[in-house]
Ligand binder design. Structure first.
Ligand code: ADP
Length: 396
């Protein structure tokens, strides 16, 4: 890839689009410009961009006029083209939450692939349409630009069949109702940096805790995902900011039969009103809960830790042992308290926390004598997408 080339990474959600521009940095890539448009469809969208070297690079507000994904990506492309300097865009990499059963690796996007991806929408109706929207707009604005889709499910695609299967009749499983796992780009990035922390981790049994607004754990054996707490959707597993995590499926039947709730009400309950927010009744934000004197805030945090402890036990069983525990994402990278309590919940497996190292932010947060090492590592899903996009381009 020529020195002046730039790769755009796009991460489109329901109400925002984030972007980063990556250029060559030695053998790897690094971001030199990033930003986002927030508040899509609200009538008060806000765009900001930040140059990694020089600081604020652009800002715009739309007051009154609702901005769609299409409007937003057109604005971003215009902005990016005006701020490229000597750089030239050679490709765009997109974060796509679900690859379904068909897409188990990054894929070059064209009209045929896009229509096959549209068939995956029923598996992730809340996210997939937003992920796909910018691809269409870019086909329209710049038909020859090389576009690559990178999937949050792909890192988990090679999990053993037993880890992917629900105990449901075959005709349901055959419709794609199975466990996929998410946060794969984050886990893949963490797996890529493990050997630089300790060469032995390349072949180790590792549990990675991605603890952000969305939260999950992944069991990695010698760099490969073998099990994860999220399954068919990103609501399984741990309680999250506003998602319930695993609950007895019988609860859903009770909500339908006794409380007469419909599918959209149940969806809102499980995705938007539960988790830390639902239990505390205060906030989905870990920082707010940690400073609140309200016992319900304490209960929400305690439940989060308790579930992490149980799921660590479950994934350690799937791995047949444990060599290392790694924390990442907003809570995992920044909350020494959550890391300490989660390590205590895993003490029986041989995790011995180094309190001072944990307070200092790591990267290693376990004692030298700890049987299982513990770490905190910043994740970088955008870099993973940029790397995949460059690889796809080089292989084309
Ligand atoms: P997302 O999943 O939306 O990318 P993040 O990875 O940014 O989310 O994580 C957001 C979570 O991280 C919030 O619950 C926030 O309170 C928490 N967080 C960020 N910084 C801290 C901190 N210093 N202490 C505790 N929690 C923090």
């Amino acid at each position: 890839m020529p020195k002046s080339s730039a790769i755009v990474v796009v991460n489109a959600g329901s109400s925002s689009i984030k972007f980063s521009l990556f250029g060559e940095d030695g053998a790897d890539l690094s971001a030199f410009l990033n930003g986002q448009i927030e508040g899509l469809y609200t009538g008060s969208a806000h765009f900001v961009a930040h140059d990694v070297e020089t600081g604020p690079a652009g800002e715009k507000r739309w007051d009154g006029a609702p901005i769609s994904h299409d409007d937003a990506i057109r604005h971003l492309l215009d902005f990016v083209r005006g701020h490229l300097g000597e750089h030239q865009i050679i490709a765009v990499g997109h974060r796509i939450v679900h690859g379904g059963t068909e897409f188990a690796a990054p894929v070059r996007l064209d009209a045929d692939v896009l229509s096959r991806l549209e068939r995956v929408i029923p598996l992730a109706p809340l996210h997939e349409p937003h992920n796909l929207a910018p691809i269409r707009t870019i086909f329209d604005v710049a038909p020859h630009l090389f576009q690559v889709g990178c999937f949050d499910t792909a890192f988990h695609a090679a999990q053993p069949p037993l880890a992917q299967t629900f105990a449901l009749p075959a005709e349901i499983t055959d419709r794609g109702v199975r466990r996929y796992g998410f946060h794969g780009l984050s886990y893949e990035y963490i797996a890529s940096v493990l050997p630089s922390l300790d060469p032995g981790l390349a072949r180790a049994k590792v549990i990675v805790a991605h603890l952000g607004n969305g939260a999950s754990l992944c069991a990695i054996n010698a760099g490969r995902s073998i099990a994860s707490t999220m399954g068919f959707t990103a609501v399984e597993g741990l309680p999250m900011g506003t998602r319930s995590g695993s609950i007895d499926p019988g609860v859903i039947l009770y909500l339908i039969d006794e409380l007469k709730m419909g599918p959209r009400d149940i969806e809102a309950l499980l995705y938007k009103k539960s988790g830390l927010l639902g239990v505390s009744g205060i906030s989905s934000d870990m920082r707010m809960l940690q400073t609140s004197p309200d016992p319900r805030a304490r209960l929400a945090i305690d439940l989060f830790i308790y579930r992490i402890g149980r799921e660590i036990g479950s994934l350690a069983a799937a791995l047949g042992g444990l060599d290392a525990l790694v924390f990442t994402a907003g809570i995992g990278e920044h909350s020494a308290q959550v890391r300490r309590d989660a390590c205590r919940a895993a003490a029986w497996l041989g995790v011995e926390l180094d309190e001072a190292a944990n307070e200092a932010g790591g990267p290693r947060i376990s004692t030298q004598g700890s049987k299982v090492s513990a770490w905190t590592v910043g994740t970088n899903e955008e870099l993973m997408i940029a790397r995949h996009t460059r690889q796809s381009l080089e292989a084309a």
